[in-house]
Design a protein around this ligand. Structure first.
Ligand code: F6R
Length: 362
């Protein structure tokens, strides 16, 4: 059932080329610059739209943070991300000009359902991005887009994160195009990046041995810091969450520029820094921050756009050229790093202590 893999998590990491293919199948028209998610908004709704509020928990929240940056760039609408358990429909907002997007793999997360109910009560239009047909969230929202990642058994979300980001990116393009905010030529590079995602992820998976070696070399460190800028920030947060939940090691993600505002005090030769040094993530500026950590003795592992080179990195992991999708592809290295660190320690990878796949209490 695990298809020859020791754990569902590793199987699901390796399924990503195929699950991403399912996510985008029949939805992209690269030449015409169109996306078809089979949803239609009421006439005039998108033209008047003022704000997209994304609500989600955990890994789904990080997918939302990635997407919010794309929504702002591609659809010309202000986009915010709330932790679902913290969400309130605030004063000063107009519900009929707000789209609330709930991102939830299971469609059953109580905190996220609570946020959807608060949005509905305020009169906002609600939209679900979920993996699960017939899930509770689909019955509570106005519209749904399915991420089509297939069942995910491992408690740690892996392939569903990738498919969530890809689906949200398609939603951003379709809203941007329908609002007239974008020409076909503007979205072409984004759509090409999405189209090329499965192949790019496969190239990363083919490099698994390099990550495994890095995991073995650095896995016994005291703590791990993940840093990035722009689209690299949510991926840094996700990389840290994945490592902490399955290895039980201390890991934190930061915006790279924040390192010097406090966390640098924690940096020692026993705290590796993992950095997103790709397109969509201001690689050169991020590398400056990595160098600050290296000066304090920290080993540095970087996910680097193919063709670029930062000679001072201790480990350099190449990321194929897929534009704004590069941090998403780099995330696969971080998933493999978390997996191998945890596996070397003999952790209960598919069922980490204290955690459940679907959190149905608030
Ligand atoms: C982490 C993880 C959790 C979930 C969170 C939301 O690997 O799986 O952080 O992302 O519990 O779950 P869904 O997406 O089902 O709402």
């Amino acid at each position: 059932e695990k298809g020859g893999y020791d754990h569902y998590m590793r199987k699901e990491i390796h399924e990503q080329p195929e699950s991403l293919r399912q996510t985008i199948a029949g939805r992209l028209d690269v030449d015409r610059g169109e996306v078809d998610l089979d949803v239609s908004f009421p006439p005039g709704f998108l033209a008047d739209l003022e704000e997209i509020q994304i609500v989600a928990c955990g890994t789904s929240n990080y997918a939302g943070q990635y997407a919010a940056r794309l929504f702002e760039e591609l659809s010309g609408v202000r986009a915010t991300v709330d932790i679902a358990s913290e969400y309130e429909f605030g004063a000063g907002r107009s519900p009929d000009r707000t789209l609330v997007v709930a991102v939830t793999q299971s469609g059953e997360t109580a905190d996220t359902l609570g946020a959807v109910r608060r949005a509905n009560a305020a009169g906002a239009r609600t939209f679900a991005v979920t993996n699960t047909l017939g899930s509770t969230v689909t019955r509570e929202v106005d519209d749904t887009a399915f991420i089509r990642a297939g069942p995910e058994i491992g408690v740690a979300a892996t392939k569903t994160f990738a498919s969530q980001v890809a689906t949200l990116a398609m939603l951003a393009v379709s809203i941007g195009r329908e609002r007239g905010a974008l020409a076909a030529a503007d979205v072409r590079p984004v759509l090409e990046g999405l189209r090329d995602l499965p192949g790019a992820v496969q190239q990363v998976l083919d490099n698994e041995n390099r990550v495994r070696e890095a995991a073995t070399e650095y896995g016994d460190s005291e703590a791990f810091f993940f840093v990035g800028r722009k689209l690299g920030v949510p991926v840094a947060l996700e990389g840290a969450l994945k490592l902490k939940e399955i290895s039980y090691d201390h890991a934190e993600g930061f915006a790279a520029g924040e390192l010097k505002h406090g966390p640098l005090a924690l940096v020692t030769p026993d705290t590796p820094v993992l950095a997103l040094l790709t397109e969509g993530g201001r690689a050169d500026e991020t590398m400056n921050n990595v160098t600050e950590a290296q000066t304090r003795g920290a080993p540095a592992i970087g996910c680097v756009s193919a063709g670029d080179e930062y000679g001072t990195l201790d480990v350099s992991l190449p990321v194929p050229d897929v534009g704004v999708a590069e941090p998403l592809v780099a995330n696969v290295y971080l998933q493999l790093f978390a997996y191998h660190v945890a596996n070397d320690k003999g952790r209960s990878i598919d069922k980490p202590r204290n955690l459940a796949k679907s959190v149905t209490v608030e």
